[in-house]
Design a protein around this ligand. Structure first.
Ligand SMILES: Cc1ncc(COP(=O)(O)O)c(C=O)c1O
Length: 428
């Protein structure tokens, strides 16, 4: 038996499903999850000593690859000074200043420990600031596992959602309206029916939790207009896209395409922690003044703004601001996705692909899907076969057809070439 299998059996005895986050269990693709022993640069190594080119990057944070020297140095030096104080530090101010410098839509930011915590707090803030309860989310977008966000669509626009998880009471879901992504007529109608009672709309600008689906520009523009018209706050969940699709995140791209575009509240995670538990949400001073200790919206955390995590995040953000960083990362990602598309074409496999900065998605279908239902029509068997063939060849892709992929600055041209060679074989 392989070490991975031995560890998986041992893990299943003491951890539900053997994992601490469900997607790691490989349930969607079958087979044994790899137990990772270490990472270096673009690679991760498993318990059997196999090396993989890593296109998950811890689901987004590892934009510099594993063990970047400057980040490692910052973390070690911070850890020597102390792990946690539960009192303010200068590094929290430095990180907040660094984030705000790159995200002009925010004047203030609050640091937390996970994306889930950040979106949960953003919605509470939106509700507190507007005095309204209801909000809109979209099918296929994931914003963490807060009760009110684990909700699927009700039977029509007049009815609110139903829980997607056991343990979430119907009453908690009754304020969440779930709409189809990129469906303009439905959005108009929802605002007509409920606009005046909406606290906010939360959306992934590029939905990485249904692989890679962009919010259409005209849709985003109208969404912004409707939110403003009805006094609902627009919350952009950039936990995945933040500092990953570009230095100014996805909102920077939309601001270039829609004059004056900006969200009311933004949520970040992943890259801003560089692989450590760190996330954030921010907005104008006017909105943020509602947060405790200034205002009545309570929000807190023992480890919020942790000194080691902020050191890791700060070192990461400093590296990605170096001249040419995103140009090089974008070119790398482009060469990967163009190469994959060419290989698929040679083999007559239906294929479409998209990318931005260091984030990409590919679909085993001719046209890029625009919403969740189409994403889920992917030929699952073909995807699973492809996933396992790539894994056997030492290429670690996301183990589910609805997950995005990530390229880091550590991936070399040789890594991309090796990936394409493996894909040639896997798609045959
Ligand atoms: C867009 C988005 N929002 C929120 C979250 C939740 O973040 P976390 O897993 O850190 O709680 C995720 C996690 O993948 C995400 O992709």
């Amino acid at each position: 038996m392989s070490q991975n299998q031995t560890l998986f059996e041992r893990a299943q005895r003491v951890i539900p499903g053997g994992v601490n986050s469900p997607v790691r269990a490989f349930r969607a693709v079958g087979g044994t999850p790899r137990f990772i022993t270490r990472g270096d640069g673009a690679y991760i190594h498993d318990a059997d000593g196999q090396r993989y080119i890593d296109y998950i990057g811890s689901w987004g944070p590892m934009i510099l690859g594993h063990g970047h020297p400057a980040v490692l140095e910052a973390v070690i030096s911070a850890a020597r000074e102390g792990f946690s104080y539960g009192a303010p530090t200068e590094r929290e101010i430095e990180l907040a200043e660094e984030i705000l410098k790159l995200v002009p839509s925010m004047e203030q930011v609050r640091l937390v420990s996970s994306g889930t915590e950040a979106t949960m707090s953003a919605i509470r803030l939106a509700r507190g600031a507007t005095g309204r309860s209801k909000f809109i989310k979209f099918e296929g977008c994931y914003h963490g596992h807060t009760d009110a966000l684990l909700v699927k669509a009700g039977s029509g626009l007049a009815t609110f959602g139903h829980p997607t998880s056991a343990g979430v009471p119907e009453e908690v879901a009754q304020h969440t309206l779930v709409l189809e992504f990129n469906h303009l007529a439905q959005l108009e109608e929802a605002f007509l029916l409920h606009g005046k009672s909406l606290a906010c709309v939360i959306i992934e600008p590029i939905a990485g939790n249904m692989n890679f689906v962009r919010t259409q520009v005209a849709y985003m523009k109208r969404l912004r207009e409707l939110c403003t018209e009805y006094g609902a706050l627009l919350v952009l969940d950039e936990v995945m896209t933040g500092f990953r699709v570009g230095l100014h995140s996805a909102q920077g791209h939309y601001a270039q395409l829609i004059p004056g575009f900006k969200p009311d509240i933004s949520v970040f995670g992943k890259v801003i922690g560089g692989g450590m538990p760190l996330a954030a949400f921010g907005a104008s001073r006017e909105i943020m003044k509602h947060l405790a200790p200034l205002g009545g919206v309570y929000q807190a955390g023992t480890l919020s703004g942790n000194p080691v995590a902020t050191a890791c995040g700060l070192a990461t953000l400093r590296e990605i601001q170096k001249p040419g960083f995103f140009e090089a990362l974008t070119a790398k990602t482009r060469s990967l996705v163009d190469g994959l598309a060419a290989v698929a074409k040679e083999n007559g496999v239906p294929f479409s692909v998209d990318c931005e900065g260091g984030m990409f998605g590919f679909f085993l279908m001719d046209k890029l899907p625009q919403e969740y239902q189409t994403v889920m029509t992917t030929d699952k068997e073909r995807f699973n076969h492809f996933f396992h063939a790539m894994l056997d060849a030492g290429v670690y892709l996301a183990p589910a057809l609805y997950e995005a992929g990530f390229v880091s600055a550590a991936h070399s041209d040789a890594d991309i070439a090796a990936t394409l060679a493996a894909a040639k074989h896997a798609l045959r």
